[in-house]
Write a protein that binds this ligand. Structure first.
Ligand SMILES: Cc1cc2nc3c(=O)[nH]c(=O)nc-3n(C[C@H](O)[C@H](O)[C@H](O)COP(=O)(O)OP(=O)(O)OC[C@H]3O[C@@H](n4cnc5c(N)ncnc54)[C@H](O)[C@@H]3O)c2cc1C
Length: 414
């Protein structure tokens, strides 16, 4: 069976890897000259398997109104556009902010995330996949605001190994927080969570795939159109010509929206722009060893090899991924106030990327309405975390097997 996968980000690459593992012939098409140069390039690096609550939550709309009055230092910034797509997305986002909907979507994400952790573990152990700075170092979400901690506490899942900590216990878990102890109200610790470098992970997957006869990469080739007949994709149009397919997986991140619109498939995915800094560690002292999320500032920190990755912010306002100096300045300030000795934030590598987000925060996996066209899109803030599990579920569906976990709440409803 000849399967084409559009998109060489972490979602497309894990999909290709999983399909090849199941014995299929796979052609991966990537418009850039190399893989993982877009949103999978310099994300937060967190494999946040147990902390998956969607952005849409009770209280967020009200908070967002307050943030609109702030400029560069608001965790979330909204710029209205003359765009029905944006308005429809925002309306669905507001509906998803109800507490009951948030809880339901968080449960769907948790199920997928825990499956993802198992699949990555299998690939690391059975296939000896390595070379991407993977660490099982746990995740600590710190709270500076008492009300935020009180709101989050009922969600602590001790069956998943999570623990509620006071400020002193936070410092015991992460000694680099000691200078901040007086400002902390407490934290939620998930010892089973992990971190890794997403770009390096993608490179490792590609390296493995390129050694196999069942795999072919078409790099520097943009898919410009899909040719369909009788509700089936017959071929995809590339710069180099037409490529016939038996099955097609769309994993093109935010670009999936425009690619599928001509087929009448309306994906409610909007780009949520975020920013990151990457800096060499100044030494071993006062550097976080655990993945830290500063909840009230909405900033995440992960140690990746001998570098620190700092990521944050959500800009809802368009499709460009330009660096905004005001946002970068805020990120540099917040990080240097939190872990001042970790390194030189002014000379950090700066990056911006577009999270391909659904209003509900849950990805769209599986059938698209066109018989042989499959979706693996819309992973938002959790694409690295959810990639291996999503790839495994999708390749089971294409291969005609029963998926290992339920796809309830994770599919396109038309
Ligand atoms: C600031 C920030 C921090 C983040 N932190 C985390 C984190 O800590 N943990 C986590 O799990 N997730 C995190 N994420 C989210 C994660 O990075 C994304 O969910 C994930 O990278 C999305 O992967 P993707 O493969 O869907 O998209 P992409 O990586 O964007 O890949 C899509 C690919 O498709 C290609 N493409 C598009 N159109 C075409 C076409 N027509 N023809 C051929 N190729 C095409 C593109 O060139 C691109 O390479 C973060 C995101 C941001 C922005």
């Amino acid at each position: 069976m000849r399967i084409a996968v559009i998109g060489g980000g972490v979602i497309g690459l894990t999909t290709a890897y999983s399909l090849v593992r199941q014995g299929h012939q796979v052609e991966l098409i990537e418009r850039r000259d190399e893989v993982a140069l877009e949103t999978s390039f310099a994300n937060g690096g967190q494999l946040s398997y147990r902390y998956v609550s969607p952005l849409a939550d009770a209280g967020v709309p009200l908070q967002a109104l307050g943030w609109m009055l702030r400029r560069d230092d608001a965790p979330l910034r909204f710029r209205p556009r003359v765009s029905p797509h944006q308005w429809r997305w925002c309306l669905r986002f507001l509906l998803a902010c109800r507490r009951s909907v948030n809880r339901r979507n968080a449960a769907h994400l948790l199920r997928l995330a825990l499956h993802s952790q198992q699949i990555l573990c299998t690939w690391r152990e059975q296939d000896r996949l390595d070379g991407f700075d993977w660490r099982a170092n746990g995740k600590l979400v710190i709270y500076r605001d008492r009300a935020s901690l009180r709101k989050a506490s009922p969600g602590v899942d001790d069956t998943a190994g999570q623990r509620l900590l006071d400020a002193g216990q936070c410092v015991d878990v992460e000694p680099a927080l000691a200078p901040l102890a007086a400002a902390l109200q407490g934290g939620i610790y998930s010892p089973g969570d992990e971190a890794a470098d997403c770009h390096q992970f993608c490179q490792q997957l590609l390296q493995r795939l390129c050694g196999l006869p069942a795999f072919r990469l078409h790099a520097g080739q943009a898919v410009t159109a899909l040719r369909t007949e009788r509700n089936r994709v017959q071929a995809i149009m590339l710069d180099e010509g037409e490529l016939a397919v038996d099955h097609l997986v769309v994993a093109a991140g935010t670009a999936s929206v425009a690619l599928l619109r001509p087929l009448g498939i309306d994906l409610s995915i909007y780009p949520l722009k975020g920013y990151s800094l990457t800096l060499p560690l100044a030494g071993e002292a006062n550097v976080p060893q655990t993945n830290v999320t500063d909840y009230d500032n909405k900033v995440v920190y992960a140690r990746l090899g001998d570098q620190l990755r700092v990521a944050a912010m959500v800009d809802i306002g368009g499709w460009d991924n330009d660096l905004d100096p005001g946002r970068i300045g805020t990120l540099q300030r917040l990080a240097s106030e939190t872990f001042p000795a970790a390194g030189d934030y002014r000379n950090a590598r700066q990056w911006a990327g577009l999270r391909p987000a659904t209003p509900e925060g849950t990805p769209l996996l599986g059938r698209s309405g066109v018989d042989n066209l499959w979706l693996n899109v819309g992973h938002g803030s959790l694409g690295f975390t959810l990639a291996c599990g999503s790839a495994d579920l999708l390749s089971s569906l294409i291969g005609g097997y029963l998926p290992a976990v339920s796809l309830d709440g994770l599919t396109l409803t038309t």
